[in-house]
Design a binder for this molecule. Structure first.
Ligand code: S3P
Length: 449
């Protein structure tokens, strides 16, 4: 069982600390960690995962997979996790409700997983996860045979029964969400016949890449409009793998922006995955004038990975169009911190999905910046951030169980004139457990209050 987050006594005061230096190893990717565990659980045999992310969200997936019968052995010294799977269609009936803490990815992917297995499951989550929309997943899954025993208006807790005779789907995604796409893909693995999923707007493609790696029967083609069509023929046995998880670009993004906005800095940030559906924020930061130099590049887990050097930069405002929003979806908070230190007015377009993340990030960005003396306003689903490169700080920020709000506020405070007060930084452990250690190591100063 994962620990429910205790949000008492986790308030901090961020002090101006504009001189940063050091070498950092990026923590492992959260999206790939979830998927490798689930795929390992669907193999007969041993999948060995080196450098699995050790965070609360990943603990949620491990807990659930153990309930579904997978044997998961963690060797902390070797940083190696071994998964003995139950095979496609082999899920056990869990004995308990599945509590997933803060992890939306666990919830949505696992709903997909169970939908084509005859098991009955009650999914639960923390206060934040229990406000997030699940209808986007359970509705298409119900066309594949998932029975919704208690749908609770699309919010957790939700009770579901997977089907013993699931039906392949031909579905065009209504929301550009990798979680929804992946839920349908995991369901398709145990369905006889061909499931077809069309993705009108490109989202992160880790599930597709890993399905190929584990030997699933998957084929991806483009239609006349250039949209991805994913075809999966189910019931094919998967082959266990040996994997090394690359670093999470969404976590590295906080450190990269720290290096850019500091008055004087030199940071070496290693092990950043460059998957094009994830690393676009680096291109935008370079367009804003960021001094980011690519060093070594290498391959891990079928993904390109690189080491970079970041130094203090004079940033300028940027416009980001809505078409690329899904490829930057986890980075808008930290991009808004970069925009707060950039000269001019930035415009981030088409951010409706930010309203249904771990917290309402569309509002959280406005609150963080406006309270800190940087003008931020909304126009429909766009955010406009106007700055003269000065951040006053002096703000009191509520993180509302959102790890990325906590980290963004800590980075914003690095070069703000006055201290920033954050009510609860404990949610950071959902994705970046050693963030505080790294923050101090490179020169960030804060104290618990
Ligand atoms: C994720 C997809 C994204 C992202 C989340 C992780 C994934 O969500 O925000 O942090 O691992 O598939 P959506 O695909 O729902 O936008």
């Amino acid at each position: 069982m994962i620990m429910k987050i205790n949000n008492k006594n986790n308030a901090v005061l961020i002090k101006r600390s504009p001189f940063l230096a050091g070498t950092i190893n990026t923590p492992s990717d959260k999206s790939i960690s979830h998927r490798c565990l689930i795929l390992g659980a669907l193999c007969i045999g041993e999948t060995k995962i080196q450098n699995l992310l050790s965070s609360e969200d990943i603990r949620a997936t491990i807990y659930a997979l153990r309930e579904f019968g997978a044997k998961i052995i963690e060797d902390k010294e070797k940083n190696l996790v071994t998964v003995h799977g139950v095979g496609i269609g082999g899920l056990f009936q869990p004995k308990k409700n599945i509590y997933l803490g803060n992890s939306g990815t666990s919830a949505r992917l696992l709903m997909g997983l169970i939908s084509s297995n005859p098991v009955e499951v009650e999914f639960e989550g923390d206060k934040s996860l229990s406000t997030r929309p699940m209808g986007r997943v359970i509705e298409p899954l119900s066309e594949m045979g998932l029975e919704i025993l208690n749908g609770n208006s699309g919010k957790l807790p939700i009770r579901l029964r997977g089907s013993s005779l699931p039906i392949p789907i031909n579905h065009k995604l209504k929301v550009p969400s990798a979680q929804v796409k992946s839920a349908l893909m995991f369901s398709a693995l145990n369905i006889k016949g061909k499931s077809i999923i069309t993705e009108p707007i490109r989202t992160r493609d880790h599930t597709e890449r890993l399905f190929k790696l584990f030997g699933a029967n998957i084929n991806i083609i483009k239609n006349n409009d250039g949209q991805n069509i994913i075809e999966i023929i189910g019931e094919k046995k998967l082959s266990p793998q040996e994997l090394d998880i690359p670093g999470d670009p969404s976590s590295a993004a906080f450190l990269i922006v720290a290096g850019l906005i500091a008055s004087k800095s030199k940071l070496f940030i290693n092990n950043i995955m460059l998957n094009p559906t994830r690393s676009l924020f680096i291109d935008y930061l370079i367009k804003m004038g960021g001094n980011i130099e690519f060093k070594k590049k290498y391959i891990k887990c079928g993904e390109e990975v690189c080491d970079i050097e970041v130094t203090s930069s004079k940033l300028k405002a940027i416009k980001i169009p809505k078409e690329v929003a899904p490829s930057l979806i986890d980075e808008y908070l930290i991009l808004s911190v970069a925009a707060a230190y950039a000269k001019g007015e930035s415009r981030f377009c088409g951010l409706s999905e930010l309203r249904v993340k771990e917290s309402n990030r569309f509002n959280a960005i406005q609150d963080l910046l406006n309270q800190s003396g940087v003008s931020c306003r909304e126009e429909g689903d766009d955010l406009l951030i106007k700055s003269n490169e000065i951040v006053l700080g002096g703000s009191n920020i509520r993180t509302n169980l959102d790890h990325r709000v906590a980290m963004a506020a800590m980075i914003l405070g690095l070069n703000a004139k006055n201290e920033i007060n954050i009510d609860d930084i404990s949610p950071i452990s959902t994705s970046f457990p050693n963030f505080e250690e790294i923050y101090s190591k490179i020169g960030g100063v804060y104290k618990y209050i």
